[in-house]
Design a protein around this ligand. Structure first.
Ligand SMILES: [Zn+2]
Ligand SMILES: [Zn+2]
Length: 510
């Protein structure tokens, strides 16, 4: 919320500035100069020279913020800001932006201050080129020359074999982000050091692993990242996919941590093929390694040392970046050595005591062995590209999150199972109930019918679990089934909600 307020203030400031520029004396000056009807060429020249001389008088004002041209009060900065905002919000492509700028340029009096190309416009607005684009040939595994769209090494002319990788300038973006966020970070860090868990949610920095990190780097002022990996389809018709590699700051309070503008986007992979983690992430990882060795200076009194705390994502993403077998493989668990069995066309993982857990040394040893011999060692397929930057060793650095496990995992499976145990006409009724359910506007999403659960979002599953499941399912389930479901819902609420009776909950529950 605070951030939004800051945003509002910026807007307000901006408005105030532009109002100031519309100072009345200026306007009067121009009304006097401008005689409507007289639009002959010679008048124009006269008028131009006239205002040019008057400009020299008020030189100080104009060098600060020049007007877009001589016959207006609109400043170049405010005009360019509006133009750029419009182009962005309307989603105008680069090509058409260029045409539009040229079109506007053609009707403006000359000379004028409107930048003539999109690049000039961005340069004028101080918008840095934060991304560095590289193209890569998937066939011969080589980077292509700048702007080259065909690979001449392997004579491959298939555009689908070429992938685009966008890497951010990590140091620059980190510094800018931290400059903005450091007041919030410093405040939260104080709480972390003093072990005051104000919200009593047992947030990540109050946990065991973060304490380990703090002890390990006790002499440094650390800032640590949780890395995220995710793949999204770009179109419905083709399998063009975009993969995102991003990071969020552990030292931000949870309400700030996962906002898009507080996260750092590290790298993007756009291709028709799944990324190969080494090819894709090697250069961004070396950038991170370099930054980890230096200090990130925010001000004269404040600097940070970067640490990498953890990695998270869904199963396909983690499989890819950890070089691990997929979630239906025989040894698919990162934390234990449970072996799947093939029963009735499905892989089953039967729980058996004692559980044999993977530890850090074994994890590393086995992944190294898999890398050397190019074989599968208890699920390892090789050494992860992240192992060189993670400050908490694998497998402890893998965060298994609520969204993927509880919502898209357990809850989704549970709801689907219950749904398919109903008779066909009951299923129609349930879907109808869900369809008719009205929610307050701040829920942002409607309930999706369970028959169309293929593309369900985690928030939708959450709304069904906490708000819609019990009232609707009670019409169809036996009391025992319903009680079990209710227990699961209560359990999830308690586990992920704020603690009601303080940190002693588990003692009281006994
Ligand atoms: Zn090639
Ligand atoms: Zn396990």
């Amino acid at each position: 919320e605070e951030d939004d307020i800051i945003g509002d203030r910026l807007c307000q400031n901006y408005n105030v500035e532009s109002n100031d520029n519309n100072c009345t004396s200026d306007i009067n000056n121009y009304i006097l100069n401008d005689e409507p009807g007289e639009q002959k060429n010679d008048f124009y020249i006269d008028n131009f020279t006239d205002s040019a001389t008057s400009d020299e008088d008020s030189n100080e004002a104009t060098t600060e913020d020049p007007r877009i041209h001589e016959f207006t009060n609109i400043t170049t900065t405010s005009y360019c800001t509006d133009l750029l905002n419009l182009l962005r919000e309307a989603g105008v492509s680069k090509l058409h932006s260029k045409r539009l700028i040229a079109l506007i340029q053609s009707v403006l009096p000359t000379p004028n201050n409107l930048p003539s190309t999109m690049d000039d416009l961005l340069l004028f607005m101080n918008i840095d080129d934060l991304f560095f684009k590289q193209s890569f040939c998937l066939v011969c595994k080589q980077y292509l020359e700048y702007k080259q769209r065909v690979c001449f090494t392997c004579k491959c002319f298939d555009e689908k074999a070429i992938t685009d990788v966008y890497n951010v300038n990590v140091k620059h973006v980190l510094k800018t982000l931290l400059k903005r966020l450091s007041p919030i970070i410093e405040k939260y860090k104080k709480n972390i050091y003093d072990d005051i868990d104000e919200e009593e949610t047992k947030d990540i920095p109050f946990g065991k692993l973060y304490k380990e990190l703090l002890n390990k780097y006790a002499s440094e002022n650390i800032i640590s990242l949780i890395l995220h990996l995710d793949g999204v389809s770009l179109t419905r018709s083709s399998n063009l996919k975009m993969w995102l590699f991003s990071g969020s700051f552990v030292e931000l309070p949870p309400s700030f941590r996962y906002r898009r503008y507080n996260m750092i986007l590290l790298s993007i992979w756009v291709a028709y093929a799944e990324p190969q983690s080494h090819v894709w992430l090697q250069s961004i990882i070396s950038q991170i390694q370099l930054i980890k060795m230096q200090a990130i200076t925010i001000s004269e009194v404040l600097s940070y040392k970067l640490k990498i705390f953890a990695i998270t994502g869904d199963c396909p993403a983690l499989k890819l970046v950890l070089k691990f077998t997929s979630h239906v493989g025989y040894y698919c668990c990162w934390l234990c050595y449970i072996r799947g069995r093939h029963v009735g066309g499905k892989r089953q993982y039967e729980f058996k005591l004692p559980m044999i857990m993977r530890d850090r040394d074994a994890y590393e040893e086995e992944s190294r062995l898999a890398e050397q011999k190019q074989i599968n060692v208890y699920g390892h397929l090789g050494l992860s590209v992240l192992s060189s930057v993670l400050d908490i060793p694998l497998p402890d650095a893998i965060i298994i999150d609520y969204l993927h496990v509880t919502l898209l995992g357990h809850t989704k499976a549970l709801i689907l199972n219950i749904f398919h145990s109903f008779a066909p006409n009951e299923r129609l009724e349930v879907d109808n109930w869900f369809k008719m359910q009205i929610f307050p506007h701040y829920f942002n999403r409607k309930i999706k019918p369970i028959s169309k659960f293929g593309f369900v979002k985690a928030t939708e599953v959450k709304n069904i679990l906490f708000y819609a499941a019990l009232p609707v399912f009670q019409l169809y389930l036996s009391i025992e089934q319903l009680s079990h479901l209710a227990l699961f819902i209560c359990f999830t609420r308690l586990l992920h909600g704020q603690s009601i009776v303080g940190l002693e909950t588990n003692k009281i529950a006994k």
